[in-house]
Design a protein around this ligand. Structure first.
Ligand code: CP3
Length: 340
């Protein structure tokens, strides 16, 4: 097994930073479209052989150091009773948004049986990987999942979610507690099925103030991490907003903090307790630029991190669908040639 990713996650010395990229299996790949043209996104997630085919695309075509399960953060909310659909160009939608205590009470927390397809996909993927590289499992953080359930769709300002938090905090907390319970169970299902690491995605935390992040996001992430059957499974905590929230995120005791692109990565590492690795933090928009710019920017980051143990290369957020495939491939070549 290529252990670069796990070694870096445990803050051990590596000869170069390992690389994987959020949204590494997606629409920027022509091979993804060949599959996507035949099935809906949820069909792809729910059919283990297809989920495995898509998971393997960046393994085979890009040579990354870790694979990530092909699925979505909103499948937990669907299993709880959310009427989820994905529409091209629109994104996720819940036809029955959660707006009051009655809606929260209607959500089911004993719903792991509806997520068995994820366990099945993990088993097929591990057979395909055959020990070559580690597999990352994942879930959404309760606040980010809540925002979709409450808004019913993607939102720019999270107005309905914030109104619920501020005017009806008991409803917001009842909802977050239910999501947190399902998320911990779901991640333990992934661990039992054989993932080698876990990432928790809190994509929209940057919309929150420091106090609201503490009350409505962080405390539930902390609860989830505390409830994981972790054994030797590193936990990565990602949020947009980590440039600000990293010191608080660290108190949930993840093994790795995945940093957005606003911060200087070394500065973040230096304010964290030793033993917490960092992952990040190239601005994904760099991958639209000329190859010379891509190379220069990656090497700048690496020079800054030279001599640090516990650094996993990633983007500050996911790859956009129209980034040229060739640029992503080139970035990975540059990264894999580098030596500390
Ligand atoms: O990283 C990977 O390659 C693994 C697969 C993965 C997907 N979604 C596949 C996907 C992962 C880890 C996610 C997580 C996810 N999903 C997040 C957190 C990460 C992040 O980017 O912030 C969020 C917020 C979602 C919710 C979601 N799913 C949105 C907002 C959308 C629509 C917007 C968009 O980017 O299209 C999705 C759909 C989605 N999830 C697609 C993929 C490949 C596109 C589906 C398609 O092909 O139509």
């Amino acid at each position: 097994m290529n252990t670069l990713f796990l070694d870096a996650a445990w803050s051990k010395q590596t000869e170069r930073p390992p690389v994987w990229m959020m949204r590494q299996a997606g629409r920027f790949m022509p091979e993804y479209w060949e599959i996507k043209n035949k099935y809906s996104f949820l069909e792809m997630c729910k059919t283990p052989e297809i989920a495995a085919d898509v998971t393997m695309l960046p393994v085979d075509l890009l040579g990354i150091d870790a694979a990530i399960l092909f699925c979505d953060i909103l499948v937990t909310a669907e299993a709880m009773g959310g009427d989820l659909s994905f529409t091209q160009g629109v994104g996720p939608r819940f036809a029955n948004p959660v707006r009051n205590m009655q809606d929260v009470e209607n959500l089911n927390v004993d719903c792991l049986d509806q997520l068995e397809y994820v366990a099945d996909a993990i088993k097929v993927i591990q057979q395909r990987l055959n020990g070559s590289i580690p597999l990352i499992g994942f879930a959404g953080a309760p606040f980010t999942v809540m925002s979709y359930l409450v808004e019913g769709e993607s939102s720019k300002d999270f107005k309905k979610t914030k109104l619920m938090m501020h005017n009806h905090p008991e409803v917001a907390h009842a909802l977050l507690a239910k999501i947190a319970k399902v998320t911990a169970d779901y991640l333990n299902l992934q661990i039992a099925a054989g993932v080698n690491a876990i990432q928790i995605f809190d994509s929209w935390a940057m919309a929150l103030s420091w106090n609201d992040y503490a009350e409505f996001s962080h405390r539930y992430i902390k609860e989830i991490i505390a409830n994981l059957n972790r054994k030797d499974i590193p936990v990565i905590s990602f949020c947009k907003g980590s440039s600000v929230f990293a010191p608080m995120m660290a108190t949930a005791q993840p093994d790795v903090i995945s940093v957005d692109w606003n911060a200087d990565l070394l500065n973040i590492k230096q304010i964290l307790p030793s033993g917490i690795a960092v992952q990040g933090n190239l601005d994904p928009f760099i991958l639209y630029a000329d190859k010379a710019v891509i190379k220069k920017t990656i090497l700048q980051l690496f020079e800054r991190m030279r001599g640090e143990n516990g650094f996993i290369f990633n983007l500050g957020h996911g790859i956009m669908p129209d980034i040229p495939f060739d640029n992503v491939k080139y970035a990975i070549e540059v990264i894999k040639e580098f030596r500390y």
